[in-house]
Design a protein around this ligand. Structure first.
Ligand SMILES: Cc1cc2nc3c(=O)[nH]c(=O)nc-3n(C[C@H](O)[C@H](O)[C@H](O)COP(=O)(O)OP(=O)(O)OC[C@H]3O[C@@H](n4cnc5c(N)ncnc54)[C@H](O)[C@@H]3O)c2cc1C
Length: 303
């Protein structure tokens, strides 16, 4: 017989672990299934999460896992979920190792995968000196020579935002700039240069960028670069189960983490553009509480 849980949490990083704590504290039988690939795993230090500022991403997750040991009803499986089917009274969950478990409710805390710009060196520098968020890493690179690897609206937004952290900013649009006249004027007033040459690659040492190399052989000194990568869901299973998506590609959820399919919840990066450990923890905590209420209501409806 399949092991049965009140809730199965797919994805055991910050959002999933926070939900596990809410549910563990509600004395719910919970299984967290995780395949250990959080989006920030390449970043050396995580910032802007109260009490854990500057710790490694894995230390934060490890501390959470340690604290969850206190809750007997929370258990873990280190595997990838490859299939989920709606069962008569819940959800059948199957892992890549062929294990099958049954849950009354599901939480997808599966995160997203960044699709980095196809520029030599970006992948190696990702999270180290090629960054997506100044609140996470901007302070460490304040007042330093900084490149914006973006064009159009993304470049405009990053330029305005980053001008708070450094006045040594250059937009590298990797081809003709798509900024309109008004945007160009504002960028000029902030003393931000625009380089429209093609980018040949980043020169770096162990992920620490030191120069941007252009197609024509020019080289620009750079200590940090920002980009706004596109993304894909780390797991498409919510959509296969009928959960609605937003135009942005995020899973559509209510303020309580409910997806459009009853009994299926989502939390963290997969349903929010506000990417941060704090936000993932907040939404996971809330989703755990609302899953508990869903389970209470479901039981009462059967009386
Ligand atoms: C490079 C980088 C640096 C960052 N730096 C910071 C920072 O300094 N401060 C900050 O606050 N935020 C930072 N962030 C943002 C922060 O890391 C994310 O917002 C946060 O990790 C989101 O948590 P999550 O639990 O939603 O997803 P994730 O942390 O991405 O975790 C998702 C988990 O689900 C698992 N998973 C996915 N699919 C399956 C499946 N089918 N079966 C089993 N498991 C599955 C994955 O293996 C992973 O463990 C950074 C992000 C990046 C990319």
């Amino acid at each position: 017989m399949k092991q049965h849980y009140d809730a199965i949490i797919i994805g055991g990083s910050y959002a999933g672990l926070a939900a596990a704590m809410s549910l563990g504290r509600a004395i719910r039988n919970v299984l967290v299934i995780d395949d250990g690939k959080p989006c920030n795993r390449q970043t050396p230090f995580s910032h802007n999460f109260l009490t854990r500022d500057g710790e490694t991403p894995s230390a934060i997750a490890l501390a959470a896992r340690e604290q969850l040991k206190y809750y007997d009803s929370v258990s873990f499986m280190n595997e990838r979920v490859v299939q989920v089917e709606k069962a008569h009274d819940g959800f059948d969950v199957i892992t890549d190792d062929g294990k099958a478990v049954l849950g009354d409710a599901l939480l997808f805390a599966t995160g997203i995968r960044d699709i980095l710009p196809d520029i030599n060196g970006v992948e190696a520098c990702w999270g180290i000196s090629v960054l997506h968020c100044p609140y996470c890493h901007g302070y460490e690179f304040r007042k330093q020579e900084t490149a914006i690897l973006a064009n159009g609206e993304d470049a405009f937004h990053l330029a305005k935002l980053l001008s708070q952290w450094t006045d040594r900013l250059t937009i590298f649009s990797n081809g003709p700039s798509l900024l309109d006249q008004e945007q160009r004027a504002l960028i000029r007033s902030l003393n931000i240069a625009i380089v429209e040459l093609g980018i040949a690659g980043l020169q770096h040492v162990n992920g620490h960028v030191n120069a941007l190399l252009m197609d024509n052989g020019e080289s620009h000194v750079v200590h940090a670069a920002y980009t706004r990568p596109k993304f894909q869901q780390s797991s498409e299973l919510p959509f296969a189960l009928g959960c609605e998506a937003l135009a942005s590609g995020h899973i559509k959820v209510s303020g309580f983490g409910e997806t459009s399919v009853p009994g299926i919840y989502a939390a963290g990066d997969n349903c929010s553009p506000m990417r941060s450990v704090a936000n993932a923890v907040a939404s996971g905590t809330a989703a755990g509480a609302f899953i508990n209420m869903f389970l209470i209501d479901r039981k009462l409806a059967l009386l």
